[in-house]
Design a protein around this ligand. Structure first.
Ligand code: ADP
Ligand code: ADP
Length: 220
């Protein structure tokens, strides 16, 4: 049986940061839908051009396109033993599609850590987020600064502020999250796999809490 973990939480909760911290320890690849879209944007593929219109406005990319992209990614050999999903699913339709896809490959969503962070903290985190162009590593100007300003610690590439991390778009993204993604909390709670983790703590403490939450059988 393969093991899929879904990191749930609003934009800026720390999903990407935590996925980077725990994926190697869990021996699961980190699959970030946002990173895959940004890779398409960078390479100016057809999918990238389509997605850009939604991403830059803080809207979700349509379900059919997103689901097809993730199905293809999860079908690759590195996901045969499972994956750590960050940013997908984000709507009830996507969650249903994931359940269906996993049932076809004898997989299942084992745990869904839900990283809870209040809105004022999210806004401060996103305003100070710096992202690496090369591979999506994230830093924060105050809470997780790179060793050298503007340069990624891991691959030396330039850090930039995402277009959709500007204040107006952030407000829209949080609103979209409340409307379209929050219903997944109840969905996964009903499936007995949701685990709440306090995301206001330090990055290191959240990592510890997450690893503890993942030790159980997922039933809460
Ligand atoms: P964050 O990490 O700040 O929550 P992401 O990098 O996950 O943001 O996503 C950035 C943008 O990419 C989203 O605002 C949305 O436009 C698009 N996106 C990412 N994942 C999905 C998804 N599962 N469904 C639809 N759109 C998505
Ligand atoms: P998400 O993927 O959920 O959108 P990120 O992992 O990109 O969130 O984190 C958003 C920003 O907040 C980044 O700048 C990151 O360095 C910072 N951050 C993440 N977790 C914490 C934390 N526990 N405390 C303070 N800052 C954090």
């Amino acid at each position: 049986m393969t093991r899929f973990i879904v990191l749930l939480g609003p934009p800026g909760a720390g999903k990407g940061t935590q996925a980077e911290a725990i994926s190697a320890r869990l021996h699961l690849p980190h699959i970030s839908s946002g990173d895959i879209f940004r890779e398409h944007l960078k390479n100016q593929t057809e999918l990238g051009k389509l997605a850009a219109g939604f991403i830059n406005k803080g809207e979700l990319v349509p379900d059919d396109v997103t689901i097809a992209m993730i199905r293809e990614r999860l079908s690759r050999p590195d996901c045969h033993a499972g994956a750590l999903l960050d940013g997908f699913p984000r709507t009830p339709t996507q969650a249903e599609a994931l359940t269906t896809f996993l049932s076809e490959i004898n997989g299942q969503v084992k745990h869904v850590p839900y990283i809870c962070v209040p809105e004022d903290v999210l806004i401060e985190r996103l305003a100070g987020r710096w992202t690496c162009r090369e591979s999506g590593h994230v830093f924060h100007q105050k809470y997780n600064p790179p060793k050298q300003q503007g340069i990624c610690d891991f691959d030396g590439s330039i850090l930039y502020q995402r277009e959709d991390d500007k204040a107006e778009t952030v407000k829209r993204r949080i609103h979209v999250y409340m409307e379209q993604t929050q219903p997944l909390i109840a969905y996964y709670r009903d499936h007995g796999v949701l685990r709440e983790v306090d995301g206001k703590k330090t990055i290191e403490q959240v990592t510890k809490d997450l690893l503890l939450a993942l030790q159980g059988n997922g039933k809460s």
